[in-house]
Design a protein around this ligand. Structure first.
Ligand code: GLC
Length: 535
């Protein structure tokens, strides 16, 4: 179990540039290992660093065995693995096995007419009406072959056919290769989409997802992958990214008895600001909905003694501090404390530990993300450019991808190049890493405390969870309990002060983002206050 570990997600392109090409690289990560170790994280998840045309920032892999020269060399990677281990940390790789880039030699051979390799993918005589997750049809026509192929994401990301045993063996070979190199963690990209139906049919009710989400053989494939690769080693942490799944399915993937995955990512709690489930329609976030989702997922996972991952940020999401808060210290620390001290495995996404806010771009020229650029075009049919830019400011994945502001030198110390690959956040008051490190009351130091609690306090790592005040309009409240020790955890999600009444005020304050020294039986929670009390 990994319930006393903390994962830190690095988006290498935006972490730190040492060779002046405007993009972060492996040497940049190596140069900041002290920073990461001092933060108190255990596992470093790197989003894909393999050779790739970078149409989807590395989620379109051309060679699963080699580091993309953009990020450095194979030797740099070996150095990174070695130096990380020397500090008692491990590297987690991001395996994109649902699809490959169309630049991958397998796909290129398929395109050249090789039937064996056409069977590695899904080539069909006719297309059906399924929609790609990045907009447009999920089938692309290849004139020379007079065939279509399936791509659930960009048309340069062709879906791999896991039903073909040769493909399955190739994928196992890749995972085993990296295990032998010392990789001790894997994040599997959109892994619940790997089992497609035998025949494709039009979806008369939706965009096709019901035919391939948690498909018929998904659990079986994962079980076999586990047994043929990482399950043969001790201490490999795995996390599966699940797209549009259900609680029942998620619990099965993560249940240790099933030997599939260690933990899972689900995204239901990050859709509570989608209007009518539409990512591109704005709405204020709905706290009650957020709570209902967290409560049901936490309890279902607990029931089966299974772990979910705890996160509000990643490279596909706008920054939580801007989305659910007001970019302040109080909002950043409350959100972190509320999520990270629940039952499961916490994930920190690069930048959140310094309160990095959204990008606040005002022109389409600043965006790079393929999904954002596609939707900019698609939404033009119905909305004005100003309206679309407002939506992108709230929803674009680039909000989470802006480079790390290290200090106040050129480009915030991220790169010497005159052109960082993506502009830095335009927020007026970015707090840099340097500022965070200097200030003992900074967000960074608050995260250090959270990580220490996760490592050292059994209530946090092993305790059970139950929820209180479930319908309170502004508070999220829960109790963690281990043996005779109980923590009450109160979080105010808004700027307004809120009265709260304790059963008794003899408790000890374990954690707080204000300077509260003592407790009254009835007291007022301050804006975005988080308070953990040992009862
Ligand atoms: C996952 C990744 C995302 C990528 C997509 C396709 O959702 O997190 O960044 O675009 O899969 O690989």
């Amino acid at each position: 179990m990994f319930n006393d570990k903390v994962v830190y997600q690095i988006y290498p392109k935006s972490f730190k540039d040492t060779n002046g090409n405007g993009m972060g690289d492996l040497q940049g990560i190596i140069s900041e290992l002290d920073y990461l170790e001092n933060l108190g994280v255990d596992i470093l998840w790197l989003t894909p660093i393999f050779i790739s045309p970078q149409n989807d920032n590395g989620y379109d892999v051309e060679d699963y065995y080699k580091v993309d020269p953009l990020f450095g060399t194979d030797e740099d990677l070996e150095e990174l693995i070695k130096k990380t281990k020397e500090r008692g940390m491990e590297i987690m790789f991001d395996m994109v096995l649902n699809h490959s880039s169309t630049a991958h030699p397998w796909f290129q051979k398929a395109l050249a007419g090789d039937k064996k390799y056409q069977d590695y993918y899904f080539f069909t005589k006719e297309s059906v009406n399924w929609q790609s997750k990045f907009g447009g049809s999920a089938f692309e026509y290849v004139e020379e072959l007079d065939l279509y192929y399936l791509h659930l994401f960009d048309k340069t990301q062709a879906d791999l056919n896991w039903a073909n045993d040769e493909v399955f063996q190739e994928l196992c070979k890749i995972v085993n290769f990296w295990l032998e190199k010392g990789i001790r963690g894997f994040r599997f990209d959109v892994i619940n989409l790997i089992s497609k139906p035998q025949d494709f049919e039009d979806d008369l009710e939706g965009d096709g997802r019901r035919f391939y989400t948690d498909g018929r053989h998904a659990h079986e494939y994962l079980h076999r992958l586990n047994n043929a690769t990482f399950g043969r080693y001790d201490g490999v942490m795995t996390v599966g990214e699940l797209s549009s799944t259900s609680i029942e399915e998620a619990v099965k993937y993560a249940n240790p008895k099933n030997e599939e995955l260690g933990t899972i990512f689900n995204f239901h709690h990050l859709k509570v600001d989608y209007k009518n489930s539409d990512k591109w329609a704005l709405k204020d976030f709905d706290l009650q909905e957020f709570k209902d989702i967290m409560i049901s997922w936490q309890l279902a996972m607990q029931e089966e003694d299974t772990l979910m991952s705890l996160f509000l940020n990643n490279h596909d999401q706008p920054r939580a501090v801007s989305r659910f808060g007001d970019d302040s210290y109080e909002a950043a620390t409350m959100l972190a404390s509320c999520m990270q001290l629940m039952r499961g495995v916490p994930f920190i996404y690069q930048g959140e530990e310094i309160g990095l806010p959204n990008a606040y771009f005002v022109t389409i020229k600043d965006y790079r993300d393929i999904e954002s650029l596609n939707y900019f075009k698609i939404l033009k049919d119905t909305l004005s450019e100003a309206e679309i830019l407002k939506i992108l400011q709230a929803r674009s994945r680039d909000n989470g991808r802006t480079p790390m502001p290290w200090n106040h030198s050129k480009n915030y110390g991220f790169t010497n190049s005159n052109e960082p690959w993506l502009p830095l956040s335009k927020s007026d008051d970015l707090k840099t890493v340097e500022e965070n490190l200097k200030d003992s009351n900074s967000i960074y130091h608050f995260y250090q405390k959270l990580n220490k609690l996760r490592h050292e306090d059994d209530v946090i790592s092993k305790g059970s969870i139950r929820f209180l005040n479930e319908n309170h309009p502004s508070l999220l409240v829960y109790i963690r309990k281990y043996e005779n020790k109980e923590y009450l955890h109160i979080n105010n999600f808004y700027k307004d002060e809120v009265d709260y009444e304790l059963i008794n005020n003899n408790g000890r304050i374990v954690l707080n983002n204000y300077k509260r020294k003592s407790l009254e039986k009835t007291f007022q929670l301050s804006p975005y206050e988080t308070l953990v009390i040992e009862l």
